[in-house]
Design a protein around this ligand. Structure first.
Ligand code: SAM
Ligand code: DTB
Ligand code: SF4
Length: 337
């Protein structure tokens, strides 16, 4: 077990030097650290559901759900509780251990928060971990979510403070840090990461990782998304990031935050199986699993199960027999759909 104290004082040049290592040296270093802390063949799986879709007042340049982006997305009000619980039960039967609910809000109203709290309670009763991403939270709202037993709150920094203004103007980088403070102070585990491939440069990638690693506590879960380019968003048509640079970013994140789960998040549909395997080698140990992310496609479950089998990977926290049942159930669902 790695007993080194966690660092929260990374300098940009040190991070840049990690990025500049020869690829094999960087991956060896990240994988060596990874296996001191984690089972290198176990992957945590979360399933996403959009519980309120579209018509969002924010102007995030990557997002299909901003009212300012003409993406043709069908808006949907907050889903009824029964529909959410049905989706959660189905995710569980396919092997997911965490259910993440996302809402296209700048911040939740107190009335909507009451309804989300009912969802959190119901999903927990099904025996799943819970995560929600609802936008900005004040201190009191974070306290109410903690009281409801919420396990994780997802709120991403998205990019570096330097590049941030190119992507979002309706809320500041500081606002995001403040929500993370409220989440941490309420005792909820933090899920926070960002998006790569938005036209940022390597220095920005270093700077985003530095912000995450230098937080008072490393987020327990760090989602690294590869931009899903959605037609009608300002970022559609951005030059694609070299997959090796994405793998490097994961490896550097692993070195900076050795005890965090790193999630290979949105964008897996654009990565080859071989690139995903390199991401796991670099220290990614979590994925979004299920045919949909929030509004865009994710690899089909059958395909993921096949990849896991080829790589000898298994689902974290579920027994082998439960895994085999889930695999059979999802493969047959895929072949029918
Ligand atoms: N509205 C809330 C918010 O922004 O905080 C929660 C939902 S929002 C969709 C959650 C995160 O999903 C964003 O912060 C962003 O990092 C990620 N995301 C959204 N659209 C994406 C895209 N097209 N490609 C990659 N990641 C994306
Ligand atoms: C995160 O970092 N990625 C997820 C989750 N947190 C909420 C969202 C990805 C969204 C991808 C685009 C879409 O499907 O709308
Ligand atoms: Fe709204 Fe969240 Fe999309 Fe930004 S990322 S437009 S806040 S749903």
């Amino acid at each position: 077990m790695n007993r080194e104290p966690m660092r929260h004082d990374w300098a940009l040049d040190e991070i840049d030097a990690l990025f500049a290592l020869p690829f094999n040296d960087l991956l060896f270093r990240a994988q060596s650290l990874h296996r001191q802390v984690f089972d290198p063949n176990a992957i945590q799986v979360s399933t996403l559901l959009s519980i309120k879709t579209g018509a969002c007042p924010e102007d995030c340049g990557y997002c299909s759900q901003s009212a300012r982006n003409d993406t043709g997305l069908q808006r949907e009000n907050l889903l009824p509780l029964a529909e959410v619980l049905q989706a959660a039960a189905s995710a569980k039967s396919c092997g997911a251990t965490r259910f993440c609910m996302g809402a296209a809000w700048r911040n939740p109203s107190d009335r909507n928060l009451d309804r989300v709290i009912e969802m959190i309670r119901g999903v927990r009763e099904l025996g799943l971990e819970t995560c929600v991403t609802l936008g900005m939270l004040n201190r009191e709202q974070a306290g109410r979510l903690a009281e409801a037993g919420l396990d994780y709150y997802n709120h991403n920094l998205d990019t570096s403070p330097e590049f941030y203004g190119e992507v979002i103007t309706t809320r500041t980088f500081r606002d995001r840090l403040q929500t993370l403070d409220h989440v941490r102070e309420a005792g909820i585990r933090m899920c926070s990461g960002g998006i790569l491939g938005m036209g940022e440069n390597r220095r920005d990638r270093c700077s985003m990782l530095r912000e995450l690693a230098n937080l008072p506590h490393h987020p327990e879960s760090v989602p690294l998304n590869l931009l899903v380019q959605v037609e009608g968003t300002p970022l559609f048509g951005t030059a694609k990031l070299d997959p090796f640079e994405f793998v490097r970013t994961i490896a550097v994140a692993r070195i900076l935050m050795p005890r965090s789960h790193l999630r290979l998040s949105a964008g897996r549909s654009d990565l080859s199986d071989e690139a995903q395997a390199l991401c796991f080698l670099a220290g990614a140990n979590s994925i979004f699993y299920g045919d949909r992310l929030l509004t865009t496609d994710n690899p089909q479950t059958g395909r993921d199960l096949g990849l896991f089998q080829r790589l000898g990977l298994r689902f974290e926290h579920i027994t082998e027999s439960a895994g085999a049942t889930a695999a059979a159930c999802c493969k047959s669902a895929d072949s029918q759909g």
